[in-house]
Design a protein around this ligand. Structure first.
Ligand code: PLP
Length: 380
């Protein structure tokens, strides 16, 4: 199977797998235990925290290990709801875990920030509304999971800092694909391992020292997240990230060298797709996007998205209709709706998301398979 669904989960990298296996051998004990084996596991966690903090540009004491971005966002939003007055503003294209957390914890005091047609959050809306009303906090994702469109999280965070407002950045799709440095300056930050080659079910958040925990029980993570840490998962997360970050290092260049060919392969695929299937529209094409993601409105076929996915699956290609969480329910994409697409348009969206091991040949083969699927679905 050629896999084009990395925005849902990136398969485990060799470095992460080796780190995981090594950790379960070397650190079998509970990091909270009082004996030497426990202390060794706790030290391994501290070293991992230091490495992550160095990559993000924050203090290790500000980082908390957890089960992933959904938990990080739930925890951050419930903390904000219990400690700050006013509304939570979040972009209308946030991941469902942010939207649902806002609805739960900020019920009756939440507002969606509009986005432009190209999928970028409406910066002017924020600048106009902020002087009129002071929210409790602003939540913005760094990169959108469905379209790959990059968001101006750094500018919004600076604006928040000037106003003394907390800013929550969901970096689940950014970390491990683009350099992480600077993300650590956000007041609240969410990330997870399985989007860049670490294991599923492990992630981190950045939060203040005085934090109202979502999970209560033991004193782990300085009282900010109860529950025994996933030591092997955390060490695997850091191993995967170190590998990605090393590849993304920028020795005096604007664009990391490792991204140049990958952007070229993506753009060639887009150009060839449009030639092969006139009428295909690339969502967010005018905006800066992740190097790995192509969200395309395909030609209409009855029950279009499912038929495309099934046909491509039979041809040996795993692709998606959008967010893994939303696609199970087959509801219209709230992301495309916020961008102004009608349901009959968003129903035609397929998402192709490459990974670090995807090759130029994989992109070419995907195009050939789409051509064949289009003929079989009689859309050309
Ligand atoms: N935020 C974004 C942008 C995502 O893409 C995802 C995963 O799909 C999440 C949050 C949730 O992450 P996790 O699977 O770690 O809970």
């Amino acid at each position: 199977m050629r896999y084009f669904d990395h925005n849902a989960t990136h398969p485990l990298s060799a470095a992460a797998r080796a780190a995981w296996l090594d950790a379960v051998e070397r650190f079998p004990a509970n990091p909270s235990s009082p004996h030497r084996w426990g202390a060794r596991a706790a030290t391994a966690l501290d070293e991992a925290r230091e490495k992550l903090a160095a990559r993000l540009g924050c203090s290790p004491f500000e980082l908390v290990w957890n089960s992933g971005a959904t938990e990080a966002i739930n925890a951050s939003i419930q903390h904000l709801a219990t400690t700050a007055d006013g509304e939570l503003w979040y972009s209308a294209i946030e991941h469902p875990c942010t939207v649902a957390s806002a609805q739960r914890w900020f019920a009756g005091r939440q507002r969606a920030i509009p986005v432009r047609r190209d999928g970028v959050v409406d910066w002017d809306w924020i600048a106009t509304e902020l002087p009129r009303q002071r929210p409790a906090a602003i939540a913005l994702m760094a990169a959108n999971n469905e379209t790959g469109v990059l968001q101006p999280w750094s500018g919004v965070r600076e604006l928040c800092a000037q106003q003394g407002l907390p800013c929550l950045v969901d970096a689940a799709q950014w970390v491990g694909k683009l350099p992480a440095h600077g993300l650590g300056r956000s007041d609240f930050l969410a990330g997870c391992a399985h989007k860049f080659g670490g294991p599923q079910g492990v992630g981190f958040m950045k939060c203040p020292a005085k934090f109202h925990p979502l999970l209560v029980g033991g004193p782990q993570e300085d009282g900010r997240r109860a529950g025994t840490e996933n030591v092997a998962g955390i060490l695997a997360l850091v191993a995967a990230l170190e590998e990605r970050e090393t590849a993304l290092e920028l020795p005096g260049r604007r664009l990391p060298a490792v991204l140049e060919p990958r952007l070229a392969w993506r753009d060639r695929f887009i150009a060839d797709l449009k030639t092969a299937l006139p009428g295909v529209e690339i969502v967010g094409e005018g905006a800066p996007r992740l190097w790995n993601t192509v969200a395309a409105l395909m030609p209409a076929a009855a029950d279009c998205r499912r038929r495309w996915v099934v046909k491509l699956d039979k041809l040996g290609f795993a692709v998606s209709t959008g967010s893994a969480c939303a696609s199970g329910k087959e509801q219209p994409s709230h992301v495309l709706a916020a961008m102004g697409y009608r349901t009959d348009e968003s129903d035609r969206m397929l998402r192709f998301s490459a990974g670090w091991d995807t090759t130029e040949e994989d992109w070419r083969a995907l195009l050939d398979a789409i051509r064949q699927a289009a003929t079989e679905l009689q859309v050309v």
